[in-house]
Design a protein around this ligand. Structure first.
Ligand code: 5RP
Length: 234
């Protein structure tokens, strides 16, 4: 995918998360209708988006949440939600990222919600990511890759990942909303993200991995001290 760039100056005292979330909200409001459904990712950045969305008093149908954490944030904000199990299509999906390439391919899962996040991102007509631009990278792999696995498959998946050159580390004290565990894996060759995404998901016991290459972002909003910029599909 080839992405084009648009710069938006914003030298306000807004924190970087707010700068990115505000731009994403403007994008969403441009085409939002009373029947629109908005998928909500997980993490501190998307929680800023949730707050801004509620403050905008925009009219739309409802939100679908990717985690228990985000469901709480949506409830606090007073936004209507419907269960993810009842969702099959979304107009927008908004989420943070742990790292991303300028072609829309990202790595997610720092908040342990990657499996439901990928379900929602895949349902969305428009997938928008928001982050400060320290997360825009030239090569994936700086952030250890989160992989959600069945607890029963831990030893076999760890073994297989090691044969691939990976260094898996179980995330301490982490049980996902699906009752599984997370391995944070460094050392894998991430040069072919689509192939790796598919290969990891073919391992028995792997529920999902944090590479979003098959469902890459349509619009990436990044912020820095000067303002924000959007990378979007041409
Ligand atoms: C959760 C995620 C988050 O989107 C990612 O970790 C970014 O989080 P934050 O906005 O808190 O930096 O993938 O599973």
């Amino acid at each position: 995918m080839t992405m084009a760039t648009r710069f938006i100056e914003n030298k306000s005292q807004d924190c970087l998360r707010t700068k990115a979330a505000k731009v994403a909200l403007v994008q969403v409001l441009e085409t939002l209708t009373p029947t629109s459904v908005i998928g909500i990712g997980t993490g501190a950045t998307v929680e800023v988006f949730v707050k801004l969305l509620a403050e905008s008093n925009a009219t739309f149908s409802h939100c679908v949440s990717s985690s228990e954490r985000s469901s709480k944030a949506l409830e606090v904000a007073g936004l209507v939600t419907k269960p993810i199990a009842e969702s099959s299509s979304l107009d927008f999906y908004i989420d943070g990222i742990d790292e991303g390439l300028n072609n829309g391919v990202t790595v997610k899962g720092g908040g342990a919600a990657l499996a439901r996040e990928k379900v929602l991102a895949t349902q969305a007509s428009t997938f928008i990511t928001i982050a400060d631009d320290s997360r825009l990278v030239e090569k994936l792999g700086i952030f250890p890759l989160p992989i959600e696995i069945l607890p029963a498959a831990k030893s076999s998946v760890v073994h297989t990942l090691k044969t691939m050159g990976g260094v898996p580390k179980e995330r301490e004290g982490c049980v996902t909303d699906n009752g599984n565990i997370i391995l944070d894996v460094s050392g894998l060759d991430m040069m072919k993200p689509k192939q790796l995404e598919l290969h990891l998901n073919s391992m028995p016991g792997v529920v999902e991995n944090g590479i979003f290459a098959y469902r890459s972002a349509d619009l990436m909003v990044f912020s820095n001290a000067e303002g924000s910029y959007c990378l979007f599909e041409k």
